[in-house]
Design a protein around this ligand. Structure first.
Ligand code: NAP
Length: 292
């Protein structure tokens, strides 16, 4: 059962697997030296979760850096929680299974802790393509088999709307453990969060910092100043305090450290409400709403 509103630094997914609430995002983290430096800082400052995707083109660098860094930090593979995602070009029979295997090989870590369908549609096809539901179902079945074979400890989806989730839940053999989606004070997806909680799906937020833009917002700056915290910590704490996981991306060792220091303070109800009132239905990333 996905717990919500807990002060724990991990969440227990619906299949019993424990996942850290804070992980390092790696979208646009490119080049082995950059990846190595960010992961070295992250592991040194307590991160145990890393989020990547076939689409980011950095799985091989991340896998190589993690294999190199584990001994330095006195860690074993089982201490890490590594997430990757099926590329949208690989949706559907055959392609999905090959995509899963490609991620596993590129990362070279033996197994993955979580694998997500990255996007509810297939790359190169219109959002309205009527084959999208079949491609989603076929991809999910391939991932179910990979979990049953021990290649993935948990599977989930990303950028699915409530409609996409409602479509899959009655027929899937393994229910999704996680929905990773855009969620921050300018995009408060309250209905989706409630739906996920009701169905024991853990909601993990991406673009919590609005890809860097939200840290300059007046309301966020005001709350941060009143608490003596950074704007990024306020944005991340706002999510974590609702039981929502976060995966802030940074290439800066100091920011990486600060972005994980979220468990030694609380936002008051008034501060939570002030931040939530910023909602303006703004997507800094993409909007999966039109995908049939
Ligand atoms: N499933 C999906 O479709 C999807 C979509 C988007 C993202 N994601 C995942 O979610 C992760 C996070 O989302 P995101 O990369 O879109 O954006 P984000 O985490 O909201 O923001 C990252 C940006 O904020 C800056 N930043 C980081 N910490 C900061 C701080 N303490 N103060 C000020 N600026 C700070 C970073 O710059 P520096 O690097 O210079 O610090 C970077 O430009 C991604 O990396 C990826 O792993 C998934």
């Amino acid at each position: 059962m996905a717990e919500r509103g807990s002060e724990m630094e991990t969440v227990r997914l619906n299949n019993g697997v424990e996942m850290p609430l804070v992980g390092l995002g790696t979208f646009r983290l490119q080049g082995y030296e950059t990846v190595h430096r960010a992961l070295d800082a992250a592991l040194g400052q307590g991160y145990r979760a890393v989020d990547t995707a076939a689409e980011y083109g950095n799985e091989a660098d991340i896998g190589r850096a993690l294999r190199e860094l584990l001994p330095k930090h006195g860690l074993a593979r089982r201490d890490l929680f590594v997430t990757s995602k099926l590329a949208p070009r690989d949706m559907g029979w055959g392609a999905a299974e090959a995509g899963c295997r490609h991620s596993l090989e590129a990362l070279g870590l033996g197994y993955l802790d979580l694998y997500l369908v990255h996007w509810p549609g297939k790359q190169g096809h219109k959002s309205q393509d009527p084959r999208n539901p079949s491609w989603r179902r076929e991809s999910w079945e391939a991932m179910e088999r990979m979990q049953e074979a021990g290649s993935f400890r948990a599977i989930g989806v990303s950028n699915y709307t409530e409609g996409h989730l409602r479509e899959m839940l009655p027929t899937c053999r393994i229910a999704p453990a996680v929905l990773q989606t855009e969620f921050h004070p300018r995009l408060v997806q309250r209905g989706l969060l409630d739906f996920c909680t009701a169905h024991s799906i853990h909601l993990q937020a991406y673009s919590s910092l609005g890809q860097g833009e939200l840290v300059a917002e007046g309301t966020v700056l005001g709350v941060a100043a009143s608490l003596g915290k950074t704007p990024a910590q306020v944005l991340l704490r706002w999510a974590v305090q609702q039981g929502v996981g976060v995966i802030p991306k940074s290439s800066d060792p100091q920011r990486i450290g600060l972005n994980r220091q979220l468990f030694d303070f609380r936002l008051g109800q008034e501060q939570m409400d002030l931040l939530s009132a910023m909602h303006s239905n703004t997507h800094y990333c993409w909007d999966p709403g039109p995908v049939v």
